[in-house]
Design a protein around this ligand. Structure first.
Ligand code: GDP
Length: 240
């Protein structure tokens, strides 16, 4: 399935709800059923793992449901949370499928990067500046970063701070897709409207993928669509 087909599939009025037809290939399903492991927290660019496998990153305001979403994607409760302890929140956290030594020739096929949450109301200025520096350096400098998933709480929609982050991504020319979280918290007609309105708001943004996905980690809605979006973005091919 290519990006376009995926977009059309996800544009159905039932956006975000459990799809009737299977939406995931066996290869993608298998990849996300592997155990996934935390490999490292990266406080500065020099600590990044060597560039190799393609990666996707998740960004969003604090409390948007980012840890829950990553854990639901890889079916590993507590994976993202364990590395998100206070004090380590300014790190890029790396997750990879288990079973690869990481030695040359045995690298994992892809990585998922949990970016530090933004928009925490009480964050002191130096912390905000550190976040911006780390994130912008990473976005500009990481060739293997294929797509950023920007998470937006379905109850709040795009806020000014999210628009700022989208601006940062446009400036860094990093492809990104907006993913609504906690879709179970609003009624279906409101969700359909929010998907449409959000898509309209980003239509002129140069690096935005046009399709907006709706998800609920709690209900499992949109998970297979997101898994497929990820493997399509990284052009995942299982090894023979
Ligand atoms: P993070 O700070 O972005 O990592 O957010 P968390 O994943 O820790 O989630 C923040 C809060 O939202 C927690 O209380 C979660 O239980 C709740 N939450 C996360 N995802 C969902 C969801 O899909 N549905 C509902 N109803 N609550 C959610």
């Amino acid at each position: 399935m290519n990006d376009e087909e995926l977009a059309q599939g996800a544009a159905a009025p039932d956006a975000g709800r459990e799809a009737v037809t299977p939406t995931i290939t066996p290869e993608t399903d298998k990849l996300f059923r592997r155990g996934w492991v935390f490999i490292r927290g990266v406080p500065a660019m020099k600590f990044l793992p060597p560039e190799g496998p393609p990666e996707v990153a998740f960004a969003g305001r604090s409390n948007v449901g980012k840890s829950s979403l990553i854990n639901a994607l890889v079916r590993h409760k507590g994976l993202a949370r364990t590395s998100n302890t206070p004090g380590r929140t300014q790190e890029l956290n790396y997750f990879v499928p288990d079973g690869f030594s990481g030695e040359k020739g045995d690298l994992p096929p892809m990585g998922i990067v949990d970016m530090p949450g933004y928009g925490y109301a009480k964050a002191p200025k130096p912390q905000v500046e550190a976040w911006t520096k780390l994130v912008f350096d990473y976005l500009r400098g990481r060739v293997t970063l294929k797509r950023v998933y920007v998470l937006i709480d379905s109850r709040h929609g795009l806020k000014a701070i999210d628009e700022e982050v989208l601006g940062l991504l446009d400036k860094a020319a990093v492809s990104y897709q907006v993913v609504l979280t906690k879709a179970d918290k609003i009624k279906e007609p409101a969700l359909v409207k929010l998907v449409e309105e959000t898509a309209k708001k980003i239509v002129r943004r140069p690096a935005a993928f046009p399709q907006v996905l709706a998800t609920s980690s709690e209900k499992g809605w949109g998970m297979d669509e997101l898994r497929m979006a990820i493997t399509t973005a990284v052009e995942y091919r299982p090894r023979a």
